[in-house]
Design a binder for this molecule. Structure first.
Ligand code: ADP
Length: 424
């Protein structure tokens, strides 16, 4: 490195010979790079030097001159660089010797020299220091990594313990937060997942409890009426028929419950498999009304249709929605026997509404009626009319279609359930 630096400087100085500020260039290099620079003419006279023997010093003796610059003259070289061991000292000298040029018939030469500092001892010291520094950093790194890994892994270990506890059925336990951002995010997500799991399990428990209760009640009634026929009304035709009618009604109710449950499980297992097609909602409503007219001959069904009633939906599922709404309207009609069904084209879709003039829904019940197994508070006594699943099925289907729906109702005046089907 030193040799190539000296060579570079020597070449630059050679190029600057004859420039006006040549002496200045030399001084700058000499001072900034700690160099010894001298310019001599071909007779060995020192012309410029940063050492103070210019003028006072005698010219170089011929032998020294030839030793330094003879090679340049003999071989016609522009410069050479050599390294000289300094006698009695532990270091060497790098020297650039170059030919500068001819000025007024006299040839000039330059010598640029620099002492090579002894590096061996420096290297020894550095090596020792590097060793100490390496050991120190290793120790510090180990201590740091011990603490950092404890801080990083402790929350993860805790989480895995929590997860095992949850796996064993303890849903009350929470994933701890408060360590660092990523772990907090993970804990929040896992807590959310646990919450959802808890809800699902609660739902399953409720479902089993509700279903078993709903199955037990009609079965008890059927059994006791059966026994009554066997023991009491067996020969009394009138009483027997009355009791048999109750048995048939209860069996019907059981059938409805089982059908609703089947619908529900179908809905939940194939929530995405909707077969959407274009069809006329008016035609669908007409078809259902015909079915209901046969079975509820005491009811009048007024159907009001207007506009283009084409919609894009799953025919079977929408059929089920309309069926459930009409069947509820009939069930909760009280003494009224009239229903108005409207199917009308509106902006971007078709609105279906089913209006009855029955018992209506209390305001506090309105939000709950769409829930699973929810039965209006006024209906407790007639709990055997429905299963509490009808509107939940309606809601699930309409939600999956992204259709809007709702209800307007007033106690003792009646209710209007509606949904807005899209046509694309
Ligand atoms: P259910 O099998 O009990 O009818 P639904 O889910 O269909 O179950 O309805 C839930 C509750 O909403 C019913 O128990 C009833 O209280 C109320 N409801 C539904 N439709 C009507 C209606 N047309 N008029 C009055 N109340 C209704």
């Amino acid at each position: 490195m030193k040799i190539s630096e000296i060579t570079r400087i020597g070449n630059t100085i050679q190029n600057d010979f004859q420039s006006e500020n040549f002496a200045e260039v030399l001084t700058t290099y000499a001072l900034t790079k700690s160099l010894k620079i001298s310019v001599v003419d071909e007779y060995g006279n020192f012309k410029i030097s940063n050492e103070d023997y210019v003028d006072v010093s005698p010219p170089m003796d011929r032998r020294s001159f030839l030793e330094e610059f003879g090679k340049l003259q003999d071989e016609g070289l522009k410069y050479t660089v050599r390294t000289i061991k300094i006698r009695n000292a532990n270091n060497s000298l790098v020297q650039f010797l170059g030919y500068l040029g001819n000025l007024s018939g006299t040839r000039y030469y330059i010598s640029v020299a620099s002492v090579l500092e002894p590096v061996d001892s420096a290297i020894d010291i550095l090596r020792e220091q590097l060793f100490i520094v390496s050991i120190l950093s290793l120790v510090v790194a180990m201590i740091l990594s011990f603490f950092i890994s404890r801080r990083l892994s402790r929350p993860i270990v805790n989480m895995s313990k929590t997860a095992i506890a949850i796996g064993k059925g303890n849903y009350e336990i929470m994933f701890k937060t408060g360590e660092y951002q990523e772990i907090d995010d993970l804990a929040d997500t896992l807590n959310y997942a646990t919450g959802e799991l808890k809800k699902t399990l609660q739902l399953r428990k409720d479902l089993i409890a509700n279903v078993s209760h709903d199955l037990k009640t009609p079965l008890t009634v059927i059994k006791s009426y059966g026994e009554m026929i066997r023991d009491i009304s067996g020969d009394n035709k009138e009483k027997r028929n009355e009791h048999i009618k109750v048995i048939i009604e209860e069996a019907d109710h059981l059938t409805k419950l089982v059908n609703d449950l089947l619908d529900l499980s179908k809905l939940e297992s194939s929530i995405d498999q909707y077969n959407k097609e274009h069809f006329d909602l008016g035609v669908l409503v007409d078809g259902l009304v015909t079915r209901f007219e046969n079975y509820k001959s005491d009811f009048t069904f007024e159907v009001i249709k207007s506009g283009n009633l084409d919609i894009f939906a799953d025919f079977k599922r929408i059929d089920q929605v309309v069926y459930n709404l009409i069947s509820n309207a009939i069930n909760y009609s009280g003494d009224s026997t009239k229903l108005i069904l409207r199917v009308e084209e509106i902006e971007n879709g078709v609105k279906f509404s089913c209006q009855d003039f029955g018992i209506g829904i209390k305001e506090e019940d309105i939000d709950g009626i769409w829930e699973r197994f929810y039965r209006g508070s006024g209906n407790r006594t007639r709990s055997r009319v429905g299963t509490g699943l009808g509107l939940f099925i309606v809601k699930s289907i309409l939600d999956a279609h992204e259709f809007k729906y709702g209800v307007k109702s007033k106690v003792d005046e009646g209710s209007t359930f509606f949904f807005i089907a899209k046509n694309s």
